[in-house]
Write a protein that binds this ligand. Sequence first.
Ligand code: CA
Ligand code: CA
Length: 496
Amino acid sequence: MFERVLAMNQKTRNGRCFLGNLLTVLVASNVLLLVALSAGADEAKAKPARPDVLFITVDDLNDWTSLFDPKGPIRVPNLERLAQRGMFFSRAYCASPACNPSRTATLTGLRPSTTGVYGNQADWRRALPRRKTIMQQFMDAGYDVRGAGKIFHHQYGGAFDDVASFHDYQPMRPQKYPPKKLNGAPEYGSENTDWGVWPARVEDSIDYHTAEYCIKALQRPPGDKPRFLACGIYKPHSPFFSPAQYHKLSEKIGLPTRKADDWNDLPSGAAKLMKPKKWFWQGMMKLDHRKPGSYQEFVRCYASCAAFADDQIGRVLAALDKSPRRDNTIIVFWSDHGFHLGEKDHIEKFALWEKSTHIPFIVVAPGLTQPGSRCDRPIDMTAIYPTLLDLCSLPPDARCDGASLVPLLRDPNAAWDRPALMTYMRGNHAVRDDRWRYIRYTDGSEELYDHQADPMEWTNLASDPAHADTIARLRKWLPKKNAKPVHNMKPPKKSR
Ligand SMILES: [Ca+2]
Ligand SMILES: [Ca+2]
């Protein structure tokens, strides 16, 4: 056609045909456009496609697992395999040892002390109406963003689920409870404070459906857009229910190591913050006295739930492995906080000690992380937001409280001056470096533990003058601002 038009133009050249000249201009500009387009395609070919992100979060999984120690009592083979694909962080900590403040801090990049989101009922979205979540940053950057399960804190049947953070989101299924408590202890806690074999079929569990959504999303043929997929696994959160096959895996598990008089050296701030929570431990001891073996069964059921969660994550990872985008997918795996199983006479999270704040955290960044690498630098989850922006070449966000981990992903021994920082309720903080845990409560009382000599945090050294310099050094990292607590969301009125 191009030649034909040129010939036509040749014929009419002497007649100064306006139409011919116009056509010549049009054709020439089309040629230029074609050349430009083909150059663009070459450039796109040369430039690697933007990576997908698989963002997996798990609820209340602590460090008593084979991920931290091959001999660890709770077996998590899929997480071990995941760690072999990228970098495992041995000293990763939550931003706060409760679901809502931890998830809000991780997903907005802002600490509880910056936002005032401290408790599980704190209405985070009302307090931060314009703050973009990490998912919204990826939506703005042209990603297809999907998610399922517990990504934000599950409050009042999903009232905190931020639908604006996803193009498509499948909420967590409601918990179905057995007709009566399985632990045979109606006096111990609520129906949520229960443990045992439930449901009979894996297909009837909450997390099976979350994993199914993610598997189907990974099976979709990749479109034009890169993909951000968030997978929120709910177990091992209470109630500690899982199908029978997972209980078999934890039949022989022992009990955590405890020190009988561990509370003797705790300061006033700890006693005030932790005393209301002591009910669970005291209740457990009474229950175990009345019904011997109850405590052991409680621990076994937590471990069974962790094995179940690991299995569901394994199914999602197997689907990724079958996807053509496998080698161009960044994987981030984290737990929202840890969990005490009786250490320090505490059963729950909601504490600034190691067991409630130490979490499993793995990053697989193709082309950056070395398979099977390990980083021992202390970090906390406010790092995820800036790290993902950095890894995917999205614009940095100056408001972020944390720093990008890319230097550590490149070299796990790179210089890293900042410790991990944790906050629980207003004015209570813990600072963790590679050796020490320093806790300061809102009344000014303190704890200091030397993890080199005392990994169980049995001996509080805060009043020992020999460690005054260490405390002064760590104290400098406490937040300067302690934002006022934001309003709690009111519970919906119960329908009759
Ligand atoms: Ca949690
Ligand atoms: Ca002690």
